[in-house]
Design a protein around this ligand. Structure first.
Ligand SMILES: *Cc1c(COP(=O)(O)O)cnc(C)c1O
Length: 328
């Protein structure tokens, strides 16, 4: 099945630009560095989840859903963009959010959470040991009993259908690469729930494209590789493609997780500072800051020569800066 046959609601401003990072490239004196600005997808302050939501909410609308549910951390970018997209489409939105170990005023009231409230989402706080998926299923059942039609989105919007957004993004990158006459030797992206990397891997596989390297922000290398490969396989299955040996094309680096999910690390702080001071580029402390630390490390590693080019996919998360000001 062709990707164009899936119901889709246009939410993101596409294609997002690819920009060179000349001052940072010169400073690191390694491969030529570029950034794909998926932080500039537009709606609700932008980010990677809008590409997934185009397909997920396409299905929700095809099913005549009236209320959309999803789950995440208290400062989830995915939850914020789901709330924004629902506002745009006139759908009710309910977010089931788990509070992490952070307890600052900013974490509890600013950043993404401030925006969730502004977009009019209904918030549910998850207890520490509760399963988010079970809680979402229970809430959906209650809504159904009240005569409503709920649509549930898994964490991060990662599932075969959501990942199609990043299958399409892989094609977008290859097209831009042709237009710019730059061949990227690798695409580097943050990996969390795995759908963004999985979709890119699937898209690159179908198009005979370039390698994708995921930089983990949680979990171990093996765990995250299994996750991303599973997400790639789900997208390929939806498209009716054989999934032969997708695992061998999935690479994840886990050296940049630091002390754990949403916990600051020195290399994250360095990456935030370098992106800002050399390029005026804003990253976030939870996702893109850690991934950019991996990107800088790859540029410094000697694995790529000066005549080679690396592309960092900036997945957004900017409001997270204001939810974790102490991390910067
Ligand atoms: C969700 C998110 C990611 C990770 O994407 P996954 O598809 O969950 O792996 C990366 N960056 C930002 C800013 C995000 O919000």
């Amino acid at each position: 099945m062709d990707i164009a046959q899936f119901p889709r609601i246009l939410l993101a401003r596409l294609p997002t630009p690819i920009e060179p990072l000349p001052r940072l490239s010169a400073h690191l004196d390694g491969p030529k560095l570029y950034v794909k600005r998926d932080d500039l997808t537009g709606l609700g302050l932008g980010g990677n989840k809008l590409r997934k939501l185009e397909f997920l909410l396409g299905e929700a609308r095809a099913q005549d859903a009236e209320v959309v549910l999803t789950v995440g951390a208290l400062q989830s970018n995915h939850a914020r963009l789901t709330a924004a997209a629902c506002a745009r489409l006139g759908l009710d939105c309910e977010l089931i959010l788990r509070r992490g170990s952070h307890a600052s005023e900013a974490y509890l009231h600013s950043g993404n959470l401030l925006l969730d409230r502004l977009f009019g989402a209904r918030l549910h706080e998850l207890q520490a040991q509760e399963s988010r998926e079970e809680r979402m299923a229970v809430r959906a059942e209650i809504l159904r009993a009240e005569g409503q039609r709920p649509y549930c989105i898994p964490v991060g919007g990662s599932c075969g259908l959501g990942n199609l957004g990043y299958v399409a993004c892989a094609n977008e990158i290859l097209l831009q690469s042709d237009e710019m006459n730059v061949r990227f030797d690798a695409v580097v992206v943050t990996t969390g729930s795995g759908g963004t990397q999985g979709g890119l891997v699937a898209g690159m596989k179908l198009a005979d494209g370039v390698p994708v390297i995921g930089i983990a922000v949680e979990g171990t290398r093996t765990e995250q590789e299994v996750l991303a490969a599973g997400q790639a396989a789900e997208a390929l299955r939806l498209l009716g493609q054989e999934e032969t040996d997708i695992e061998s094309t999935v690479e994840v680096l886990d050296e940049f997780v630091g002390p754990g999910y949403a916990r600051p690390s020195e290399s994250m702080r360095e990456a935030l500072s370098m992106a800002a001071r050399f390029e005026g580029l804003v990253l976030d402390p939870v996702y893109t800051g850690k991934a950019f630390a991996g990107f800088i490390a790859l540029a410094r590693s000697g694995r790529y020569g000066k005549d080679q080019s690396l592309l960092f996919v900036h997945t957004g998360g900017t409001p997270g800066l204001f939810g974790y000001p102490e991390s910067v």
